[in-house]
Structure formats: C-alpha cells, structure tokens
Design a protein around this ligand. Structure first.
Ligand code: PGA
Length: 251
C-alpha cells in the first residue's frame, strides 16, 4: 500500500539555530508515539547537515527544498543533488510553484533536477498545481497533466515509482484559502488516473499524492480522509510544533 506522508516545507524561514531547535522539538514530541504516516521536514540547505544530527531519520525524516539542475562545477550559489545527499537528507522538494514562478523553473529544467535527485538516491517530492486563472478557466486538469507529462513521464516505471507527488493549487498556497476536500479528491483522482494511463494501475496505486496549500490542524483530517489524498505538504503550519503535530496526528 502507498504511504501516508506529512511533509513540512520550511521555505526561507528560521535561522540555523531556530531550525535546529524546531527539529529537536519535533523529534522529541514524536519519539515513541505511534503515527500513521511518515513525517518529513524539508529545510533550507544550510540547516540540513546540522538538523540531520538531531533527528533519527525514522521518526522524523529529512529533505531539502530544491537542488541544482547541473551535476557540479561553475554554478555559483547552486547546491547539487550530490551535496544534498551528502548531508544525510533523503528527500528533495522539486517544482514548487514558488520556484517555478520566481526563479523561472520550467518543466525541462525540473526534468533534469528529478534525474539528478534520483541518481543520488534522493526521493523527489514533485509539486504540481494550477494558478487561479487556470482554475477559473477550468483548466486545472490540463495544467497538472502537462506538468507531470513534461517533467516526469520520460522516467522508467521503476524510477517513477520512487516519486512522491504533491498537488498544490497555487491559489491556496499561503493564502488561507484551502481547496475543498471534494476539489482535492477530484484532482488527486485525476492525477492518479493520468499516472495509471502511463505506468499502469499498480504503479499509480503505489504513488503517494500529497495535498498542499493552507493545510492546517483544522482541515487536515477532512482532506486526508479522501481516498486519493495521501497526506500533506505543509508550509506555514510546519513552522511550529504545536501547529504541525495535529496535522501528523490527523491520520
Ligand atoms: P502553505 O504552503 O501550507 O503555507 O500554504 C504550502 C506549500 O507551499 O508547500
């Protein structure tokens, strides 16, 4: 059966010291508790190595928020997938809408990033989702289909099986406006169907599809109760243990 996953996306928040404190607090709060999902925190690059030392990698797992689309070399300021892996991180968020919108990341660039992440044994948490105008024009299915097709559908079935998908409607991110559980279920089922057409039902059924966009303690349970919603990618509510923990416990 596919995994339930709650992943925090810290974005550009927390100094190193604050981040280490948050990671420690979360590890302590969850240690010894039975939860019905994998818990991942995705932190800024500079936090990774230190945070890796204060979590056990099982109770709380570690990921980055991005990686470069190049292997190594003269790319000032970039951080490669191999570097991310060398910190002990096991996951990497790729294709977040903020990266697409503010840093010009195209599906072609993301295809390279996914390839390099997989080569370095990082599990991509691959984000897709439409902007408000696309939703209003009823184009959301078309948009997410082209995002997965262009960035991911050249992968072998084996490699695709390693991907976690995150549906994040851009209009819901950081806005306090969540997709309704029905909207989430509808498009998650469509995404799973799209995967099934390409890779078969078995691969599609094993693919975790997370919802992201103003998910919080108040709406997580209802969102996660949908058959095709396998967890959440959590921004704002991942920055405090007492906001994040109830989301983990919503499963
Ligand atoms: P949010 O962010 O929970 O703050 O809306 C989610 C995300 O961007 O991953």
């Amino acid at each position: 059966m596919r995994k339930n996953i709650v992943a925090g996306n810290w974005k550009m928040n927390k100094t190193l010291q604050e981040g280490v404190e948050l990671a420690k607090e979360l590890q302590t709060a969850l240690k010894g508790k039975t939860v019905n999902c994998d818990v991942i925190i995705c932190t800024p690059f500079i936090h990774l190595a230190t945070v890796n030392g204060v979590i056990d990698g099982k109770t709380v797992r570690l990921g980055a928020e991005n990686c470069a689309d190049k292997v190594s070399g003269a790319y000032t300021g970039e951080v490669s997938a191999a570097m991310v892996a060398s910190t002990g991180a096991k996951y990497v968020i790729l294709g977040h809408s903020e990266r697409r919108a503010y840093y010009g990341e195209t599906n072609a660039i993301l295809k390279e990033k996914v390839k390099l992440a997989l080569e370095n044994n990082l599990t991509p948490i691959f984000c897709i989702g439409e902007v408000l105008e696309e939703r209003e024009a009823g184009k959301q299915n078309e948009v997410v289909k082209s995002q997965v097709t262009e960035a991911l559908f050249d992968l072998s079935a084996e490699d695709f099986g390693k991907i976690i998908l995150a549906y994040e409607p851009v209009w819901a991110i950081g806005t306090g406006k969540t997709a309704t559980p029905a909207q989430a279920q509808e498009i998650h089922a469509f995404i799973r169907q799209t995967v099934a057409v390409k890779y078969g039902a078995a691969v599609a059924n094993e693919t975790s599809i997370l919802y992201g966009g103003s998910a919080n303690a108040g709406n997580a349970k209802e969102l996660f109760s949908n058959p095709d919603v396998d967890g959440g990618l959590i921004g704002g509510a991942a920055l405090k243990v007492d906001a994040f923990l109830p989301i983990v416990e919503a499963f």
